[in-house]
Design a protein around this ligand. Structure first.
Ligand code: HDD
Length: 726
């Protein structure tokens, strides 16, 4: 029966009806064009539309005439309890949040594709590692300590968890951007996390290790020294998720088709290079853009600048001792230097799509180190053993029951045929009467699969030993590898480490804890200990550091990397638009992102096509850019709030240099970023107190030459020789 028409509402249609596309929005309600950060129109992806049909319904599919007013007894009367829509809407809202992850609560993720080179096929039968095989992946990056809403650029370890939806089932590699861990046995995990999380009385500080309990723990459990050293290095403040290495941390056991086994450590190597922020920059970003890493990842993918990593393994013979060159492969506080066991590439991964729904995908994804596929097995690392328990357990609280594997993001892409039944949030309608085996009622199915049918068969490693609560003597060396790390750093990286220890310990109120940390540092290196002690105003104890060889592969400095995806801020006025246009285009062609920063928004107009302004003096801060160029300054009279007039010595009217431009340049200079300019740019650098012949400052008349030189500098990420290390 046709419904009567209501004025102002869409024309009703006859029921029953087939679901159909949403009605097109009226012209005055259309959204703006959907642009990528590089300004390319992308068109709103189909899946980002909220509506699935023409009419709003309640959860039972009943169409609703109104969702803005509660049902009342008269327009000024009391709200009626019988208003089911009101109760359903509010009740659902009341339950929208789930518990955040107990660790790694803050994260961002992306979909991608993994392509195997086939180079691992001699050591593993894993189907997804065979030559040319492409496997969909979902990768979540995270900080460890902070809550879901905490800032991205805090000093912390970063999670790097990858879900491979392989043809043989899901394989999760739940790693970090640091190759070692704080503790050697999972039984201490609650302790280290209780120490690192905010203090239980005031719940501060948020997402920081710079407080008493963290340093109390790591100085009393000296096995944490190596991981802490990495945290205090530049690795603790990555520039981007795209510029982080990833590590599986533990040693895994690979199984070949012929049954042969090898021990391996997994590595992700970013094709964009390994880069970090500087500490002051990281702190500023925490306030200016707490979503810095999340935004960077999403923007890059949306712009088609897909983050890429090479996947590799260090391979060791599977001997009964499970050691390599004297290093215990079961000790998760130790690495094997790449000089002793090179990382051999076995595949590459590109992240190609952003999640369309943060909650459904990024929040509900459930990783587990026990999600393994045939050809990959675990070892007896005691940290890994506890993890094998913890990840399944935590999802039951976090995702509300045992059926989280049915959530779309967690579902394997191959067929599942389990006999898991019922439970909270069961969404499958299982048929058949015999969820047990063997059975004779469901045709005897399903059958079990041996190795020949692709079944997961654990490696029959012999197990023996007395039941004891103790660690092997090889786990006792806590200082030689932190010393190796320290010795492998360049002078500027060492400066940063000294600065980080000094900063963190200056936030520790108990002198006894600071003194205990200094005693640990004395075991790593006398000079490190002396400099930190000096900063704290405490005497430097002496220790007896081990004799170790450095591992140059650990340093981030000294290599040249691609500059794709880097952000180039271009301070510009509306003079000399031709040069600006040329440089902007050249930045785009180089795969970088130009952001024109002007006194006010809109377009820069003059000769030729107008140029879009990407950010304004009021909105831009240096921390958003990897390099800053000055393309000419706003002409006097343009809106440059807070600008001071200046007269050049020769009496000619000098350009107005906005103090916000001076701040931008000065900060970028302090953070060792490449700087460049042409035309009258020198005036801006003068106003900012930056010598135009300082290292990494390129001023020339040819804009193309300036961009070329700045791009070369950017390949080394930062101009460290601007500040010779102490
Ligand atoms: Fe863990 C989450 C990485 C030791 C217990 N861990 C979690 C995540 C990463 C890691 C990346 C976030 C996954 C995601 O994005 O959802 N964890 C590590 C690494 C470790 C490690 C590299 C050492 C090598 N973890 C570790 C231990 C335990 C846990 C020893 C407990 C005994 N980890 C958990 C957890 C979490 C988790 C409580 C919280 C949320 C989750 O699992 O799903 O189960």
């Amino acid at each position: 029966m046709a419904k009567p028409e209501t004025p102002g509402r869409p024309v009703p249609i006859d029921e029953p009806t087939e679901p159909r596309d949403p009605l097109p929005p009226p012209p005055d309600q259309r959204g703006p064009d959907y642009l990528s950060p590089t300004g390319q129109p992308t068109g709103a992806p189909q899946a980002t539309r909220a509506q699935g049909g023409p009419y709003l319904t309640n959860a039972q599919g009943v169409r609703l005439p109104d969702t803005d007013h509660s049902l009342k007894a008269g327009s000024r009367g009391p709200v009626l309890l019988r208003d089911h829509h009101l109760r359903e809407k509010i009740t659902h809202f009341d339950h929208e949040r789930i518990p955040e992850r107990v660790v790694h609560a803050r994260g961002a993720a992306a979909h991608g594709i993994f392509r195997a080179y086939g180079t691992a096929s001699n050591i593993t039968k894993a189907a997804f590692l065979a030559e040319g095989v492409e496997t969909p992946v979902f990768v979540r990056f995270s900080t460890v300590l902070g809550s879901r809403g905490s800032a991205d650029t805090v000093r912390d370890t970063r999670g790097f968890a990858t879900k491979f939806y392989t043809s043989e089932g899901v394989f999760d590699l739940v790693g970090n951007n640091i190759p070692v861990f704080f503790i050697q046995d999972a039984i201490k995990f609650p302790d280290v996390i209780h120490a690192g999380k905010p203090h239980p009385d005031r719940e501060i500080p948020q997402a920081q290790s710079a407080h008493d309990t963290f340093w109390d723990f790591v100085s009393l459990h000296t096995e944490a020294t190596h991981h802490t050293m990495w945290n205090m290095s530049d690795r603790g403040i990555p520039r981007s998720f795209r510029t982080m290495e990833g590590f599986g941390v533990h040693t895994f056991r690979l199984v070949a088709a012929d049954g042969g086994t090898a021990l391996v450590k997994f590595h992700w190597k970013p094709k964009a290079g390994v880069h970090s922020l500087v500490w002051e920059e990281a702190q500023l970003i925490s306030g200016i853009d707490p979503d810095f890493h999340r935004r960077d990842l999403a923007d890059a993918i949306e712009s088609g600048i897909f983050p890429e990593w090479e996947f590799g393994v260090q391979v060791f013979p599977d001997t009964p001792e499970q050691t390599f060159e004297g290093i215990d492969l079961l000790d998760p506080t130790k690495i094997v230097p790449e000089e002793l066991a090179p990382v051999q590439p076995i595949g590459s991964m590109a992240l190609t799509a952003n999640p369309v729904n943060f909650f459904a995908e990024t929040e509900q994804v459930a990783f587990h180190v026990g999600h393994l596929v045939p050809g990959i097995d675990v070892t007896d690392d005691p940290l890994l053993a506890g993890r094998l328990f913890s990840y399944l357990d935590t999802q039951i609280t976090r995702l509300g029951g045992p059926n989280f594997a049915q959530l779309p993001i967690n579902r394997p892409h191959n067929q599942t045929n389990d006999m898991l039944r019922d439970g909270m949030h069961q969404t499958a309608v299982h048929t058949g009467v015999a969820p047990y085996r063997p059975n004779s009622l469901d045709g005897g199915c399903p059958f079990t699969a041996g190795a020949a049918e692709g079944g997961y068969v654990e490696v029959p490693v012999p197990v023996q030993g007395a039941r004891v609560r103790e660690a092997p003597p090889s786990f006792d060396d806590h200082f030689s590898q932190p010393r190796m790390f320290w010795l492998s750093m360049s002078p500027v990286e060492r400066d940063h480490i000294v600065g980080a220890y000094t900063f963190e310990l200056s936030k520790v109120t108990e002198t006894a804890i600071r003194e205990r940390v200094l005693r640990v540092l004395a075991e790593i290196d006398a000079e490190l200990c002396r400099q930190v002690a000096e900063g704290l105003g405490l005497p430097a104890p002496t220790g007896s550091p081990a004799q170790v060889r450095p591992s140059p592969a650990l340093s981030q400095v000294g290599r040249t990397w691609p500059t794709t995806g880097r952000m180039i801020g271009i301070v510009a006025g509306d003079n000399d638009l031709d040069a600006l246009r040329t440089v902007r285009q050249a930045v785009l062609e180089a795969g970088m992102v130009p952001v024109v920063i002007a006194a006010s928004g809109g377009m820069l107009t003059g000769r030729g096509d107008p140029i879009p302004v990407g950010s304004t003096f009021a909105g831009a801060r240096s921390v958003e850019f990897d390099a800053v160029l000055v393309a000419g300054m706003p002409a006097p009279g343009r809106d440059a709030r807070g600008a001071r007039d200046a007269k050049a010595a020769n009496g000619k009217a000098a350009m107005v240099v906005d103090p916000r431009v001076s701040l931008l340049l000065h900060e970028a200079y302090r953070h060792a970023k490449p700087l460049g300019g042409w035309g009258d740019a020198a005036t801006a650098f003068d106003a900012a107190g930056i010598a135009t012949d300082a290292p990494g400052v390129v001023i020339a008349s040819d804009p193309a030459a300036v961009l070329g030189a700045v791009t070369d500098l950017l390949g080394r990420h930062r101009v460290w020789d601007r500040f010779p290390a102490t």
